[in-house]
Design a protein around this ligand. Sequence first.
Ligand code: FMN
Length: 372
Amino acid sequence: MLGDHVVNPPVVLAPMAGITNVAFRRLCREQGGGVYVCEMITTRALVERIPKTLKMISFAEDEGFRSLQLYGVDPDVTAAAVRMVGEDGLADHVDLNFGCPVPKVTRRGGGSALPWRRRLFGRIVSQAVAAAKPFGIPLTIKMRKGIDDDHLTYVEAGLAAQEAGVAAVALHARTAEQRYSGKADWDAIATLKQALDVPVLGNGDIWEGSDALRMVEHTGVDGVVVGRGCLGRPWLFADLEAAFTQGAGYRPVLPTLGEVAKIMSRHAELLVDALDDEKHGCADFRKHVAWYLKGFPVGGDLRRSLAMITSLAQLDDLLALLDPSLPFPADALGQPRGRVNAPGKVSLPYGWLDSRDDETVPEGAETEDSGG
Ligand SMILES: Cc1cc2nc3c(=O)[nH]c(=O)nc-3n(C[C@H](O)[C@H](O)[C@H](O)COP(=O)(O)O)c2cc1C
């Protein structure tokens, strides 16, 4: 449940900057049920009504439960942004991002650095919840375990968010220092689930429907949040739905290359539609090509040509060169995809770790929109 909204199957498409736009969400929604979160929106850009930001808040007419992620560091600006979402009817659900590990963001005290400043974190969340309440908008947070293993915040932050009245808490079970490396710590998700009464959503390393079932079993979470696993694999949502409805013996969804090609073509079409421009839509599609073809025996020249398309006709001509009968490559299953970068020391503002109760709003931490 998110507020009054029943989430069935209990699956959430993780917000991913540059990926989870209206086109990708539609492609995923066509595969299975769940909640599909929009790309992250910066609160300051929203309240300033920056045209590019407003354009990013685009939902399809049939998108029943419009889910929006906001990123903010200032309690007042965040509350104003949430109020604007309610007043302008922009979305039905708001999630707050406290997970971004990008140095440009943490260096200024934003994203995954912020929960360490517990009072400031508490104020942002409680003011956001209060702003959402009159509109009946459930407010959730998404966070990491903490800055690093010596500075963990997730249980304390989860309890504070619960106290503030959030509808659910999602945990990406890595520290900011880990970025996307190593394994997500599902034990930490279990610990958080034990500590909270509000629904807990587990995030990290779900590559197949079977992983989702394992996470639920291991942690007792109320639902799962899926990010990189669906890059180039929107049918993962069909796989997840099959897993949740049929249980452990479910039949995995394994498209042939011909079926993958059809989905690629549909994805590019939806992007062209969403961006109102064939050139831009095709350019945006190019980054997905390698993900779609991962593991399939497709030659380098064809891969390169596909990653340089400028028109839908060109895409379809190239897709016609693929062998449609090729089965899904078993060795691409259960494997990480997308970002897997190495861990790195977290850049923080000077003195950040020594001043947990400082409520000063960090400056310049709201200029980025790189997600996380
Ligand atoms: C390209 C990309 C963009 C991301 N953007 C965001 C974002 O805007 N907001 C956010 O909370 N998390 C963002 N994330 C993190 C994911 O939502 C998710 O927490 C993370 O990938 C771990 O889940 P996974 O193992 O299922 O991928 C992003 C991840 C990737 C790979």
